[in-house]
Write a protein that binds this ligand. Structure first.
Ligand SMILES: [Zn+2]
Length: 234
């Protein structure tokens, strides 16, 4: 194998590792956003369980106000009864009072129904709260592991960056530029093998003349179709 091909292969291996690290780093924000959505969904589920409970509270308060209003009404009617001397008016007020008392009983009955519903919802709410706590804990630990992965990846990135100059040593500048361009434009595959007369980079058949040049291992040979640097598998 040509010494420069050997050097470039080592460099390519290191650059591919770097590429993988950078791809993983780039994917982290997306993963974090997915975890954020999970957290939001857990919050929504808890909120849904709580909302009926809150509705019931509101309904109960409304009924308490209604009862109070009816009681005030009754007190007023009773005062009016004390003041009136007309029998007709007195019995009309009595009728009003009875109506208000009946209304109070009905309101209180419906309040009781609401209280029973609230009581029945308690276990659901408790389960929803427990589920929410567990989900939140899970997502938070995911988040923490994402953070530590970012740290590890960044450290690895720095390590690979600092190593690179060592790997480019002894490679001719023009060849290195050529390699760098290929690595960038050919999806991290600047050097590929020829197998069964086919370039493993573009999967096109390579002509005999090129195959012979590759086999001779005298110079750098590019694939006539894709331009990648070709070498014989060892
Ligand atoms: Zn090719």
């Amino acid at each position: 194998m040509l010494p420069s091909i050997k050097k470039l292969l080592t460099l390519q291996d290191r650059d591919q590792k770097m590429k993988a690290v950078l791809t993983e780093i780039a994917a982290l924000p997306r993963e974090k956003a997915a975890r954020d959505r999970e957290l939001k969904a857990a919050d929504d589920r808890l909120e849904a369980a709580r909302s009926r409970q809150r509705e019931i509270e509101v309904e109960r308060k409304k009924r308490e106000v209604e009862v109070k209003a009816k009681q005030d009404q009754i007190a007023r009617y009773k005062n009016q009864q004390l003041e009136t001397r007309k029998n007709e008016e007195f019995s009309a007020l009595k009728h009003e009072i009875e109506g208000a008392e009946k209304a109070i009983i009905e309101i209180e009955d419906s309040e009781l129904v609401l209280m029973e519903e609230a009581e029945a919802l308690k276990p659901n709410l408790l389960a929803a709260k427990e589920a929410h706590t567990a989900e939140k804990k899970k997502v938070e630990s995911h988040m923490a592991s994402l953070d530590s992965r970012r740290e590890n990846l960044t450290a690895r990135q720095k390590e690979l960056e600092s190593e690179r100059s060592g790997f480019t040593e002894g490679i001719e500048e023009d060849l290195l530029d050529h390699y760098n361009r290929l690595f960038k434009s050919k999806g991290g595959m600047a050097l590929v093998t020829v197998e069964h007369e086919v370039c493993t980079g573009c999967h096109m058949k390579v002509n005999t003349q090129t195959i012979l040049e590759v086999k001779a291992e005298k110079e750098i040979v590019g694939c006539p179709q894709c331009g990648r640097i070709l070498f014989e598998p060892q």
